[in-house]
Write a protein that binds this ligand. Structure first.
Ligand code: KG4
Ligand code: ZN
Length: 357
């Protein structure tokens, strides 16, 4: 948390430029959910700073993100977080070539804070403004970590709000071939964690507890959709865990939390890996990329690696800090948008339900 001792950006703090003339520096801002984040990224690949003020401690009291609280916290943190990003990158706004900001999808009140800040800086300094899709950001986190990674590739995006299989044809060119029909994978992790009495956010807690459980203890359903082999459904497994837990409680038999966590995780991982593998085979890709908060999951990483090894495919994942929400990934995606000529004007607005097509 960055509330106490807030330091505002002061241009006189600048410690001097180290930018080469053809380098492109972007200042990136991300505030779509419960993280206020700013970063300075050079040429889409090199992170000069990556500042994240997390609100998890506030929201976990309520068992999930409270939108009104999130936007108020963003308002408090946005200016100092941007200041800190510039300061730790040792650059000033005069070094910045473009301001990149997540403008959707996400919580409208949260998005508006980042978009407002980005527009204000872009206007005040007459710097190009580039709105970035949050999912494009998650995918582009991989460009930071893996300097050799270039499109095309097949990407599984798994976060708290999204589950997609995406064909990345080129920088900024995406073709969605699979989507969730109901809950996102991360949402299912968080809801199941609540059902079995773990706190928020549930994903990391299930991941940890599952290591002590038996993944074959309970046979939870794998969601498949007739005629849509790459689409997902997680509401069935979520209800199935709830029914199982309620049944055990009614019979007074109790249940083994770790076994339920491991069996649930196994069912989700199984579906994610098998659909991604089939999509890569059908579309002829040998490079698989993962992105989003759920890509931190150790069982998912291990199973996806195993599938890739078996099929002669190469797997790329960001490190955990770049899997969950951050602004460096928005800077990476924004750089390629900027290079592709994307510019937004000051009418750019937050779009909570922004489509990815
Ligand atoms: O990408 P992200 O930070 O935010 C969204 O764009 O939604 O993803 C957050 C989600 C949460 O649902 C969280 O429970 C999940 O990622 N998550 C995990 C793990 N770490 C974070 N899920 C499973 N295993 C993990 N280790
Ligand atoms: Zn995200």
């Amino acid at each position: 948390m960055m509330e106490e001792g807030i330091k505002f950006y002061d241009a006189s703090d600048d410690t001097g430029k180290r930018k080469m003339s053809d380098d492109v520096y972007v200042l990136a801002i991300e505030s779509s959910c419960d993280e206020t984040a700013a970063a300075v990224v050079c040429n889409g690949r090199e992170v000069l700073s990556n500042v994240i003020a997390s609100q998890i401690d506030v929201h976990k009291i309520y068992g999930g993100v409270v939108p009104e609280i999130a936007s108020r916290k963003h308002i408090k943190c946005i200016t100092p977080v941007i200041g800190e990003a510039l300061r730790s990158a040792k650059c000033s706004l005069s070094d910045i070539d473009a301001i990149c900001v997540t403008y959707g999808p996400g919580l409208v009140g949260s998005l508006l804070v980042g978009v407002g800040a980005a527009k204000a800086i872009a206007y005040a300094r007459n710097i190009p403004l580039v709105g970035v899709h949050h999912i494009a950001g998650h995918i582009s986190a991989n460009y930071i970590e893996h300097k050799d990674l270039k499109p095309p590739f097949m990407c599984l995006v798994v976060s708290g709000g999204h589950t997609n299989i995406v064909e990345v044809r080129d920088y900024g060119i995406y073709n969605i071939i699979g989507r969730t029909r109901d809950d996102a994978a991360g949402e299912a992790f968080d809801k199941v964690a609540r059902t079995i009495g773990l706190g928020y956010p549930g994903g990391p807690k299930i991941d940890k507890l599952a290591a002590e459980g038996n993944k074959d203890a309970v046979a939870f359903p794998r969601g498949h959709i007739e005629g849509a082999p790459y689409d997902f459904s997680f509401s069935g497994i979520k209800s199935s865990v709830l029914n199982y837990v309620n049944g055990c409680n009614m019979k007074n038999t109790g249940y083994n939390q770790a076994d339920v966590a491991a069996s649930f995780q196994e069912a989700v991982v199984d579906v994610l890996v098998s659909k991604t593998g089939s999509a890569a085979c059908e579309y002829g890709y040998k490079t698989i990329v993962m992105a989003g908060g759920v890509a931190c999951n150790s069982a998912l990483r291990a199973a996806m690696q195993h599938m890739c090894d078996k099929n002669g495919m190469r797997l790329y994942c960001p490190p955990p800090v770049l899997c969950t929400d951050n602004a460096a990934m928005i800077g990476a995606a924004g750089y390629y948008e900027y290079r592709n000529g994307v510019r937004h004007d000051y009418t750019l607005n937050a779009v909570p339900g922004l489509k990815f097509e």
